[in-house]
Design a protein around this ligand. Sequence first.
Ligand SMILES: Cc1cc2nc3c(=O)[nH]c(=O)nc-3n(C[C@H](O)[C@H](O)[C@H](O)COP(=O)(O)OP(=O)(O)OC[C@H]3O[C@@H](n4cnc5c(N)ncnc54)[C@H](O)[C@@H]3O)c2cc1C
Length: 222
Amino acid sequence: MFVEGEAGAPPRIVQRPYSVASPPAVAGSDGYEMYVRLVEGGLFTPLLWRLPLGHRMRMIGPKGKFTLEPDDDRTHLYISSGTGNAPFVAMMRQLLVDGAPRRTIFLNGVSYERDLGYRELIEGWERDGGYPVTFIPTVSRPTAPENEGWTGRTGRVESIVAPVLDELSLTPADTIAYICGNPDMIIAAEETLLARGFREEQVKKELYWPKGKEPGGPGGTE
Ligand SMILES: Cc1cc2nc3c(=O)[nH]c(=O)nc-3n(C[C@H](O)[C@H](O)[C@H](O)COP(=O)(O)OP(=O)(O)OC[C@H]3O[C@@H](n4cnc5c(N)ncnc54)[C@H](O)[C@@H]3O)c2cc1C
């Protein structure tokens, strides 16, 4: 997505990539849904947050290679941190449209419970069987006041990959993994999977930023 710089400042175009959370099937009728987090100290998102509703923006795409394998009857292990759950929501929504949902184990890690995006949708599917998904959220700051009352898993999402593989008997023979979000999380989760015998082509990855890059640092895609 593109947004122009602020009024009064010299004009500039700022560009950032985003996952699409809506299914391709509705792009022609409903457009695209995105799940974006405000990054304090970032460049694009503070500008985006200041735009009035209805402001026009330019978008190119969609493009990318983080896509489902066709006709794959393996269990799908989705691992995400923060807004990295967006492409998995799109994938499940599209598979529902196609009438071909796939058995899914969905791990999503956040700092605070309130950041669990799409929770109602996914838990609703899990509860009523609308999609064959087992949702396993985890919070990394269980002692924070914001997480008071949280009774689910704790720790970063990469730390629960191995226990979940064991508990649910997920093996490389019948599982494909997709990982999306924070690069450090992706590297750690992939290491666990490879150590369990997953082949590299069984671990698909979408890094939201280059490893080691902090907000406001050099190397943005302006
Ligand atoms: C293929 C791809 C898909 C992406 N999809 C999404 C998406 O669906 N939703 C989304 O919110 N972002 C997504 N991003 C990240 C997005 O492109 C921007 O980097 C992000 O919105 C921050 O932009 P900024 O200009 O405000 O911050 P910048 O000045 O560019 O600072 C970037 C820094 O902010 C931090 N950061 C970036 N993204 C996040 C995030 N999502 N959560 C926490 N910290 C972050 C990292 O430290 C990163 O180095 C995606 C990135 C890629 C490469």
